[in-house]
Design a protein around this ligand. Structure first.
Ligand SMILES: [Zn+2]
Length: 367
């Protein structure tokens, strides 16, 4: 597809750059990227790529907006609290540039969903906060030969590398065997918004280089930044022949990580948070859900097209997004969270337990 006169005007200040140019802009227009996680890194990444005129962007996040996101997750405002991030980001990005094709997905990243998340992308860009989800994305990108721009940030520090399947070191080559339970969390450690915009900008410039066919700066290099004293560095990383993802004779058709049906994540305002991720995209009919909410007289905190947040009772809130992923805040135990999920999703919405988890009925025995 050619650029229209209006597009040439709109993007003129980047078309004039040697770095991008007219042909580069056309390639940007004809490209599809996926941003996994649209929080602290994903928000500024998506904002830049949409403003720059990317053809299609898929934005993937299972979470809902909460007040403690707003200091850094620049796509969201007060009105979005309780709304699914994918939906809130969609509205904001459409306002920035209505010409861009935006596909919001509320899926959780795991072995069962990852092919749907990354397939068809020219580049996949990391805005995640979980190492297990990153390993899943890394493995799928190596398997499907899609470049993956790794990025992470915490406190005042961050890092980026560009992973070109079978050419450069992959995530497992230079950062194997990390566990989410052992990682610092931004909920407890904090994160400076300036490191997020720094790291996200490097990720975007690497993405654009790949799209327009230039050599990325961070192939086999890890960019490191700390805004505390403004230290920057680039270190060499090396592809490992014995890597369990990109090494010799690895069978990537075998599923590696096991999806967790329920996760107990770091609390919000001192309350426990449980996330339940069904194995399939349940494509919940939000109209049906809203009828149930009305009949049961649950108080609605925020209702959207891709998800709804309600008060289950005085202590517990539940957010249900279209994929069926449910976030339960304030249930003291896993068992209680599963009970509430089961009550709404299985008893009321009549979803087949087998579509949630092969073992669901075994796991949920409440008597
Ligand atoms: Zn590797």
């Amino acid at each position: 597809m050619k650029l229209s006169d209006k597009e040439i005007e709109r993007y003129s200040r980047q078309i004039v750059l040697d770095e991008i140019g007219f042909e580069g802009q056309q390639k940007i227009k004809n490209s599809t990227v996926t941003v996994v996680g649209i929080g602290g890194l994903g928000s500024p990444i998506a904002q830049q790529l949409v403003a720059m005129g990317i053809g299609k962007i898929r934005i993937v996040d299972r979470d809902v907006v909460e007040i403690s996101n707003l200091h850094r997750q620049v796509l969201y405002g007060d009105d979005d609290i309780g709304l699914s991030k994918a939906e809130a980001a969609y509205y904001r990005l459409k306002k920035i540039n209505p010409q861009v094709n935006i596909e919001p997905l509320t899926l959780s990243i795991n072995d069962d969903t990852v092919d749907k998340v990354v397939s068809g992308s020219n580049v996949v860009i990391d805005g995640l906060d979980s190492v297990s989800a990153r390993y899943t994305i890394n493995r799928a990108c190596v398997k499907l030969k899609i470049p993956y721009i790794f990025g992470s940030a915490i406190v005042t520090t961050g890092s980026v590398t560009t992973i070109i399947p079978n050419k450069t070191a992959c995530l497992e080559c230079f950062q194997p065997s990390l566990k989410d339970e052992e990682m610092p969390k931004c909920g407890t450690e904090g994160v400076h918004p300036s490191i997020l915009t720094t790291i996200s900008s490097v990720q975007v410039s690497e993405t654009i280089k790949i799209i327009i066919g230039k050599e990325p700066n961070l192939a086999n290099k890890l960019f490191l930044a700390d805004i505390k004293k403004l230290d920057y560095d680039k270190i060499t990383i090396i592809k490992q022949n014995r890597c369990k993802v990109c090494g010799n004779n690895v069978d990537l058709s075998i599923k590696e990580t096991k999806r967790k049906l329920i996760e107990d994540i770091c609390g919000r305002e001192g309350k426990s948070v449980h996330i339940i991720s069904p194995k399939k995209d349940l494509n919940i009919n939000l109209n049906d859900l809203n009828k149930i909410i009305e009949r049961r007289q649950f108080k609605i905190i925020r209702k959207g097209e891709l998800g709804t947040t309600i008060k289950y009772n005085e202590q517990i809130t539940i957010s249900i997004v279209s994929s069926g992923v449910s976030i339960i805040v304030g249930a003291l135990e896993e068992r209680r969270a599963l009970e509430i999920f089961s009550e709404i999703i299985i008893d009321e919405l009549k979803i087949n337990p087998e579509d949630i988890d092969n073992e669901f009925n075994k796991l949920v025995q409440f008597n």
